[in-house]
Design a protein around this ligand. Structure first.
Ligand code: ACM
Length: 559
């Protein structure tokens, strides 16, 4: 009998007993398949872990697990020839999937890849007392007990992302690491880092040092005080704030250990004011008075895409970016780029005439092709927001030629349809419920939105619900997107992001047919302990009251 057959048999045997069905297992995202028995396996002091057929990288996952597990539990588990925990390589398991079987006799875990093994080990950590996942020593006497269960798991989507805007307000490397940690608890695997915008440039570029001095300093800054529920201007300069190359590489490594790829975004040719303040010669109006933006919105001050020197400036940024970030994609934004400046620029009009471009949006398409060619010299392809495809007059054929991928934000569903009609891969991050910087209730602290996008609404989004049937191969996945015009500190960022990011993580991993908000509510309620151990801020809305109290779900207060 094959191992898979035995696991399936175990699933069927367990499933036959309705008595097992209600046992609470605190595992988020909910697995694709789980059956729970009524037995337990208590992890003993000195438990031995055997490994079979693992690659060097998989063996390294086990070593890391042993180190982290022992630090949290002091149980002194160790790798040995034979053990109560058996980890093996099974090439038939899906890319990021794993099979886990817990019986009163021990644990069996199989995966095909380091990522799959990592997720299997994360599942074990997640189901155990919260201190294990939090990486904190447990209280004296804590028992580490797993329920009897068979889990055959793999993610619904390959792209499960979180985007953070560090331009509008800057977040330090340590603040980002906290978010990478929480992403890894919930099996998210892409950190989309929005590094530049009108309000600040945070990416060091050796050839253009003024980007991280002039371009990284705003004359003033809006502060949101989430406790006093007030916003005000600081009345003093903000910055210069940027990362060093070492910090960027350290974040890439930190994320990689958690199976998270970092996707840098440099938004161009619009949302580019900070760069143009540093280097006005690359704008359509070098003589104009300009300053790093202090407010939200869309600027008409964009890169002069008809000037070869300005295009070379952008190309050099791509070169340096490609050196730091190892993954095969970079994001060049492309959203909200008005064409007004191009329409009045003699350079741009002459270029349109020369190249026979019959609408100014084609200047952006032409620029994208130039950046795609530049990225290709580094073996990389481009991610972009949906406007590069959905703006009137954009060149969709070019996007297919360069193998672009589209981030559908607004109008998200229409953008998905248009992307897939053009056979372009697409990430779903709808404005509103997946824009998790928005207020979650009408009486939240000031910020973006009206407060309708609470965790229930976010949870109940059905990704790609209105996509054309048969377009599934192009559905890359989902992303929680966080803009920071109204969010000036990490406490408020976490408070707004959590637990909505967890709801999105479940959409990314769990099959739609297995999602259930009432069940999710119980699990996020239980996860308050995990978030508290990490001193995370989060919104308690929809978390259930403690057993024995009669109050309803918490009002959206600030914690
Ligand atoms: C966006 O929200 N402008 C992508």
């Amino acid at each position: 009998m094959t191992k898979k057959f035995l696991l399936l048999l175990a699933l069927v045997v367990f499933s036959c007993s309705a008595a097992f069905a209600d046992r609470f297992v605190n595992l988020t995202p909910a697995p694709a398949n789980i059956t729970v028995g009524d037995g337990d396996f208590k992890i003993p002091n000195g438990m031995k872990i055997s490994t079979k057929g693992l690659t060097t990288e998989m063996q390294a996952e086990v070593t890391q697990f042993v180190k982290d597990f022992n630090a949290a539990t002091a149980l002194n588990v160790k790798v040995a020839k034979k053990g109560q925990m058996e980890i093996s390589r099974d090439s038939k398991v899906a890319e990021e999937g794993y099979n886990l079987e817990v019986t009163p006799r021990g644990i069996k875990l199989a995966a095909a890849t380091p990522a799959g093994l990592f997720y299997g080990l994360q599942t074990i950590k997640k189901v155990l007392p919260a201190n294990v996942m939090a990486g904190k020593p447990g209280a004296k006497g804590t028992e580490y007990v797993l329920p009897e269960m068979v889990v055959m798991d793999e993610p619904a989507y390959g792209y499960r992302g979180f985007m953070l805007d560090v331009s509008r307000h800057f977040f330090t490397a340590d603040e980002i690491k906290r978010m990478l940690d929480v992403m890894s608890y919930y099996k998210l695997n892409r950190f989309h880092w929005h590094l530049t915008d009108d309000q600040g440039w945070r990416l060091p570029i050796e050839n253009y040092p003024k980007l991280t001095t002039v371009g990284a300093t705003a004359p003033d800054i809006r502060i949101t005080d989430m406790h006093a529920k007030k916003q005000y201007m600081a009345g003093k300069p903000y910055g210069p704030y940027s990362y060093t190359k070492e910090e960027l590489k350290d974040i890439v490594d930190y994320a990689a250990k958690r199976h998270i790829e970092v996707i840098p975004e440099v938004d161009m040719p619009g949302h580019f004011v900070a760069a143009l303040v540093a280097y006005p010669e690359f704008s359509c109006a070098p003589w104009a008075d300009r300053q790093v933006w202090t407010r939200a919105g869309v600027s008409k001050d964009v890169l002069n895409v008809a000037d070869p020197k300005a295009v070379e400036f952008a190309g050099t940024i791509i070169d340096e970016l490609a050196e730091i970030f190892p993954y095969p994609y970079i994001h060049i934004g492309g959203d909200e780029c008005p064409t007004d400046a191009w329409e009045t620029s003699a350079d741009c009009r002459a270029l349109m005439e020369k190249e026979g471009l019959d609408n100014p949006r084609l200047l952006q398409s032409r620029f994208i092709k130039q950046m795609a060619d530049r990225a290709a010299t580094h073996g990389k392809k481009l991610y972009m927001w949906n406007e590069v495809l959905t703006s009137q007059g954009a060149d969709s054929v070019m996007l297919k030629d360069i193998d672009a991928s589209i981030f559908a934000w607004w109008p998200a569903d229409e953008s998905v349809r248009k992307a897939t009609a053009n056979n372009l891969p697409v990430v779903y991050t709808p404005f509103g419920p997946y824009y998790i910087n928005r207020r979650q209730a009408p009486d939240s602290a000031p910020g973006a939105g009206k407060g309708e996008d609470d965790v229930k609404r976010t949870y109940e989004v059905v990704p790609f619900a209105t996509a054309v049937p048969g377009s599934e191969a192009n559905h890359m996945g989902i992303q929680g997107t966080f803009w920071t015009e109204h969010v000036s500190d990490p406490e408020y960022m976490e408070h707004l992001a959590l637990p909505r990011l967890i709801a999105i993580a479940e959409a990314g991993w769990t099959p739609q047919s297995k999602k259930n908000f009432a069940d999710f509510q119980k699990r996020i309620t239980a996860d308050a302990e995990l978030l508290d151990l990490g001193d995370y801020k989060y919104t308690k809305l929809y978390m259930l009251p403690p057993v024995g109290t009669s109050t309803g779900p918490d009002v959206p207060g600030i914690e």
